[in-house]
Ligand binder design. Structure first.
Ligand code: NAP
Ligand code: ZN
Ligand code: ZN
Length: 348
C-alpha cells in the first residue's frame, strides 16, 4: 500500500511530498500509525548530506511515536490500540557480542538504522518517521509509559536516550559536577536528566535568551560560553561535560574546565573534524569520549524512568509542510526545544 511521506532528493533542494510503501506485517512485526515524529538535527545533517553518507531519496525521522494498528501473529509486546515508539534503529543481527550486550547500535553486522539504512526485509532503503506508517519488528518497538504526553514523549526516542545513556555511563549523579553544552533538542534533555540524577548541573549556552529556560529545566548554573571570564571561573572543576553542539566549536575551552580524570563526552556530530590541543588532555589527564544513542533495553529503561518521573520534552508542534522552515530555524539555534511534526497534517 502506498503511503504519504516527505523526502529530500538532493542536498540542496527542500523536502517534498513522496510516496513510499511499507511491508505487510510478518509474524513478529508491528504496524504503527505515526502520530508524532520529532525533528532531530541529524535529520538535517542527513537531508543535506553534511556527513557525506546519504543515499537519496532520504525520508528522515527517528523519533517516532504512534498507535499500533495491526500486529503479526506472534507479537506479545504490544497490542492494537496501544501507543508504541520507534527510535533510531529498526533491526540488528541480535547475535554478535555488542547485540548480546544490548548495544545493538554497535552491531558488528551493521545495525539497520530507521532511515537511510539497507532494508534487509524489503530491499532498498529504510524510510523514517516523516511518514504516515511504519512496520517494525517488535524487538525494536518500544512501549510508551502511560501518562506521558505523546507529542512530548516522541523526542525521547533520540534526544532522550542519546543524553540519558552517557550521563548514566559516566555517573552523572549526586556529588558530581556535570556540564551540558548547547540548549537544543539533546541539550535540554541532558539538563533535565543530569538534574534528575542529582548532579550539580551547569548549562553552557551561546544564547543569552535561553538562560531562564536552562534554570527552569534544572540547571543550577548557566554559563555564557562566549564570556571568557565566566568560563575561567569554572576551570578544572567538572567531572563530566556532555557536548551536544551540532557545528564547529572549540572543545579545548571545555576540556580546560575538567578536573583530573574528567571526561568530555561528545554526542554532537559536527560535520568537520574538531581541533584538539594535546595539552588539553595531557594535563591533568583528561579524556575525550563519544557516545551513540543507546541500545533497545536502555531505551526502554529511559522511557520507564521518564514515565516514573513525568519527564517529557519541550516541543513546538509543526505541520509536515513546515519542515523546511524548521530546518532553517534549527540552524539559527531557534528551537524551544524540539520541533515535533503532527503527522495528522500529512493526511490533509
Ligand atoms: P539542535 O537542537 O540544533 O541543538 C544544537 C545546539 O547547539 C543549539 O541549540 C545551540 O545551543 C548549540 N549550537 C549550535 N550551533 C553552535 C555553534 N556554532 N557554536 C556553539 N554552539 C552551537 O540539535 P540536536 O538535535 O540537539 O543535535 C545536536 C547534535 O547531536 C547534532 O550534530 C546531531 O546530529 C547530533 N546527534 C548525535 C546523536 C548521537 O547518538 N551521538 C544523536 C542525536 C543527535 P545554544 O543556543 O544553547 O548555544
Ligand atoms: Zn537523532
Ligand atoms: Zn549484532
Amino acid at each position: 500500500m502506498s503511503i504519504r511521506a516527505y523526502a529530500a532528493h538532493a542536498p540542496t533542494t527542500p523536502l517534498v511530498p513522496f510516496a513510499i510503501s511499507r511491508r505487510e506485517p510478518r509474524p513478529t512485526d508491528v504496524d504503527i500509525e505515526i502520530l508524532y515524529c520529532g525533528v532531530c538535527h541529524s535529520d538535517l545533517h542527513f537531508a543535506r548530506n553534511e556527513w557525506g553518507m546519504t543515499t537519496f531519496p532520504v525520508v528522515p525521522g527517528h523519533e517516532i511515536l504512534g498507535r499500533v494498528t495491526r500486529v503479526g501473529g506472534s507479537v506479545t509486546k504490544v497490542r492494537p490500540g496501544d501507543l508504541a515508539a520507534v527510535g533510531c534503529m529498526v533491526d540488528a543481527c541480535r547475535t554478535c557480542e555488542p547485540c548480546q550486550r544490548g548495544l545493538e547500535q554497535f552491531c558488528l553486522n551493521g545495525a539497520i538504522f530507521t532511515y537511510n539504512g539497507e532494508d534487509r526485509h524489503s530491499g532498498g532503503l529504510t524510510y523514517g518517521g516523516y511518514s504516515q506508517r511504519i512496520v517494525v519488528d517488535e524487538a525494536f518497538t518500544l512501549r510508551v509509559p502511560a501518562g506521558l504526553d505523546p507529542a512530548g514523549a516522541a523526542p525521547l526516542l533520540c534526544a532522550g536516550i542519546t543524553t540519558y545513556s552517557p550521563l548514566r555511563r559516566w555517573n552523572a549523579g549526586k556529588g558530581r559536577k556535570v556540564g551540558v553544552v548547547g540548549l537544543g533538542g539533546l541539550g535540554h534533555m541532558g539538563v533535565r536528566f543530569a538534574h534528575a540524577f542529582g548532579a550539580h548541573t551547569v548549562l553552557f549556552t551561546t544564547s543569552p535568551g535561553k538562560a531562564e529556560d536552562g534554570r527552569r529545566l534544572g540547571a543550577d548554573e548557566v554559563v555564557m560560553s562566549r564570556d571568557a571570564d565566566a568560563m575561567a571561573r569554572h576551570a578544572g572543576s567538572f567531572d563530566v561535560i556532555l557536548d551536544t553542539v551540532s557545528a564547529d566549536h572549540d572543545i579545548n575551552a571545555y576540556l580546560s574546565l575538567l578536573r583530573l580524570d574528567g571526561t568530555l563526552v561528545l554526542v554532537g556530530a559536527p560535520p568537520a573534524p574538531l581541533a584538539l590541543s594535546a595539552f588539553s588532555v595531557l594535563f591533568p589527564r583528561r579524556q575525550v569520549v563519544g557516545s551513540l544513542i543507546g541500545g533497545i533495553a536502555e531505551t526502554q529503561e529511559m522511557l520507564d524512568f521518564c514515565g516514573a518521573h513525568r519527564i517529557t520534552c519541550d516541543v513546538e508542534l509543526i505541520r509536515m509542510d513546515q519542515i523546511n522552515d524548521a530546518y532553517e530555524r534549527l540552524l539559527r539555534s531557534d528551537v524551544r526545544y524540539r520541533f515535533v511534526i503532527d503527522m495528522a497534517s500529512l493526511a490533509e
